[in-house]
Ligand binder design. Sequence first.
Ligand code: THU
Length: 129
Amino acid sequence: MTPAELVQQALTARTRAYTPYSNYQVGAAVLTTDGEVVLGCNVENAAYPATICAERVALTAAVAQGKGRFSAIAVATRNGGSPCGVCRQVMMELGPDMAVYIADESGAYRTTTVRALLPDGFDRDKLAE
Ligand code: THU
């Protein structure tokens, strides 16, 4: 699975977004260390805070499917939007070593990492002190 292929998977997930309020569709595709892909899309709600972002849908679905180790995530929007702060925190929890591919609707993408997106993030180490 190449980065470009993972981005294509995120674009497929994006077509399933449920966005009657923002009309801003987001797709995510998380790649496990075993080479499996789990998809997510944003799912909005009339009670706005109940909305779930695509990245967290993909990562939590993967956990629910028994997958726990992730090497990359691709996120696709119409304009290359970057993951929100809450999703960065969840990425740090579940896949701190992931590469992150941030794509637009054409499939063009830039590459970053979870650690670059959330420098000095809060993690489990703080709870052990
Ligand atoms: N959204 C995501 O799915 N991921 C992000 O990282 C940023 C925002 C969604 C939430 C909402 O459905 C829409 O984009 C507009 O904020």
